[in-house]
Design a protein. Structure first.
Length: 202
């Protein structure tokens, strides 16, 4: 039956609970402080509504994507563009929803777009690490740590590859020297070459 069978229109519920701010407004006069507190309250409330709307949009796009995929007509892009949505936004909604379902986490909706894109890339390399990122106090820091390790590992791999290449070339050179007869001039030239190389690497 799919999403549309039990789809209910969202109702906006304004909670009447006491709002607590953790921002320091001591440098403001009373009137400005009260206005900023009211604006903060509205921003927090609207932000929560936005998270809920992103969840719903993610569900809508997932269901629509499934239908278009089954029809194999490649019209999904035209469909969401017709609704006024951009590709980047739609696929971020899809990624958020899929990640939240896959990792059973609502933390996904608190993370900025850049972090979601990073998580999707990391997931391809190491799915287990996504759990660590979502459970950490600072997901952005955890992602940075992963990226730094990735760069370091890449540098190490490249260095080891260069070493292996040099080793292969030296072995080939030794074989070449062993099976060939050289006159004094050629031997002297080889010795100079090896001495120069030795100076560079030691």
């Amino acid at each position: 039956m799919g999403l549309l069978a039990n789809y209910k229109k969202s109702e906006v519920l304004i909670k009447k609970e006491k709002f607590e701010s953790n921002f320091d407004y001591n440098d403001f006069n009373q009137e400005d402080k009260e206005n900023l507190l009211e604006l903060e309250k509205k921003a927090a409330h609207t932000g929560n509504l936005l998270k809920e709307n992103l969840k719903e949009l993610g569900d809508v796009f997932l269901e629509a994507h499934k239908i278009f995929s089954n029809n194999k007509n490649g019209m999904f892009g035209k469909w969401y563009e017709n609704l006024g949505f951009k590709k980047d936004f739609v696929y971020l909604c899809l990624d958020r929803r899929q990640l939240s379902i896959q990792y059973n986490s609502n933390e996904i909706y608190k993370l900025p777009d850049r972090t979601i894109k990073d998580i999707k890339k990391i997931e391809k390399e190491n799915g287990e690490l996504v759990f660590e990122i979502l459970e950490s106090e600072n997901p952005k820091e955890k992602i940075k740590e992963f990226k730094d390790n990735l760069i370091q590992n890449k540098i190490e791999k490249e260095k080891n590859l260069k070493k292996e290449n040099i080793k292969t070339k030296l072995n080939n050179l030794l074989k070449f020297i062993n099976v060939n007869d050289f006159n004094d001039e050629k031997l002297s030239n080889l010795e100079i070459l090896i001495n120069n190389l030795e100076k560079e690497i030691l």
